[in-house]
Design a binder for this molecule. Structure first.
Ligand SMILES: Nc1ncnc2c1ncn2[C@@H]1O[C@H](COP(=O)(O)OP(=O)(O)OP(=O)(O)O)[C@@H](O)[C@H]1O
Ligand SMILES: [Mg+2]
Length: 364
């Protein structure tokens, strides 16, 4: 792992300033609430969830984590969920395959399945995807009850559910899990508008099923402290103005800050110095932009000319309304840019980029 990790969920020691938020999420789940955490890409949702589950597991609770990005169908979803449930008992994987192949005599496996009525997958009977889906969705509660444990389930990237399990799946899931008394659910997602539709739209099955919590921004002081600590551990002094510059460039965006720190550190190493100054940060910033530019360009290519104009105006803090475009067109385009997670509303009529470095790139 690089000194400043990025691009994947980070381990506990590298998670900056999430203790209070994590504690509150944990307490709510244990008190019996179902929660939604939706937030833009790369702000640390998965890191937070994994740390939450590590803590819960240490405290003796049962846990399940399902990353929905990786799944391609209902059958796969069900199998992954069953495996994740049973993983709380033993470490055997691919349970359903093993059951099918009649390894059920194995004592470990029968222990794993005790009290869970897995007979439906046994013998010659073929099980439909829908049956398996129902079984998997109920297994959470069945397992928790059988073992007298509380179980916390995290569905990461939950907005993928309809792609994976079909249009009707939200209704089916809701019908099952609303009856669960030993299990609580944390639904997470990076497509904020889709998550909002699922949980706040009156016509949706999940309307008001879970409480939505915003992921709080990381305070700049906490970021600065972490950065200082990491460099100090390497016997490197970092000038206060260099830290300020890093946070100025990234706007405190968690992953971008890690990236600029990492590249600034590289610039310092190449320079064979022991004090990190602003010059290193500028080099780090340029390298970070080089790294990020492909993704930024893809976004820019995917949006229409009106959207580009609006982004440019937002980047330059200019008025969004002009003679050339009808106000309705502007409103619609702004909504689309918000749906895509590119901009967010700051206050009435005022918008800003979600990722400050994308704003910086746009104004270059
Ligand atoms: N609290 C944090 N402390 C340190 N780094 C963080 C934090 N939050 C996010 N990061 C940075 O963001 C990167 C991505 O973290 P993670 O995968 O947890 O985010 P995510 O919101 O789940 O992202 P995605 O939308 O891609 O699923 C990490 O590798 C790290 O560089
Ligand atoms: Mg994630």
């Amino acid at each position: 792992m690089s000194l400043f990790p990025f691009g994947m969920p980070v381990p506990k020691e590298e998670i900056i300033d999430r203790e209070d938020f994590l504690m509150s999420v944990k307490n709510r789940l244990l008190m019996g609430q179902n929660l939604v955490l939706a937030g833009p890409r790369r702000i640390g949702k998965t890191s937070l969830a994994l740390e939450l589950l590590r803590q819960l597991k240490d405290e003796g609770y049962y846990t399940v984590f399902v990353d929905m990005f990786r799944l391609s169908g209902k059958n796969m979803f069900s199998k992954v969920l069953v495996d994740a449930c049973l993983g709380n008992r033993t470490k055997i994987t691919n349970t359903l395959e093993q059951v099918k192949q009649n390894f059920l005599h194995s004592s470990k496996l029968s222990l794993k399945l005790k009290g869970l009525e897995l007979s439906l997958t046994r013998s010659n009977k073929t099980v439909s995807d829908d049956e398996l889906f129902d079984y998997a969705l109920n297994l959470t509660e069945k397992l928790a009850q059988a073992d007298k444990k509380k179980l916390i389930v995290v569905f990461d990237e939950f907005q993928e559910i309809e792609r994976i399990a079909g249009e009707n799946s939200l209704k089916v899931i809701r019908a099952h899990i609303q009856l669960h008394t030993h299990v609580n659910y944390l639904f997470m997602g990076s497509q904020t508008s889709m998550m909002k539709t699922i949980f706040s739209n009156q016509n949706q099955a999940f309307y008001r099923f879970a409480i939505s919590l915003p992921v709080p921004p990381i305070p700049p002081e906490a970021m600065a402290q972490y950065i200082t600590k990491k460099f100090t551990e390497q016997d490197i002094e970092i000038l206060p103005e260099a830290i300020r510059m890093i946070l100025d460039i990234t706007g405190g965006h968690p992953q971008d800050t890690m990236l600029v720190c990492s590249e600034s550190y590289q610039a310092l190493v190449d320079d064979k110095r022991k004090t990190l100054n602003i010059e290193h940060v500028f080099l780090g910033r340029d390298r970070a932009f080089a790294f990020l530019s492909q993704g930024f360009n893809e976004i820019i290519e995917s949006i229409d000319p009106v959207a580009k104009t609006l982004l440019l105006r937002i980047a330059r803090a200019e008025s969004l309304y002009s003679k050339g475009n009808h106000p309705n067109t502007i409103k619609r385009t702004l909504d689309q840019l918000m749906d895509k997670g590119i901009i967010q509303k700051i206050e009435r009529g005022k918008y800003d980029f979600v990722e400050p470095m994308f704003k910086g790139y746009f104004s270059l």
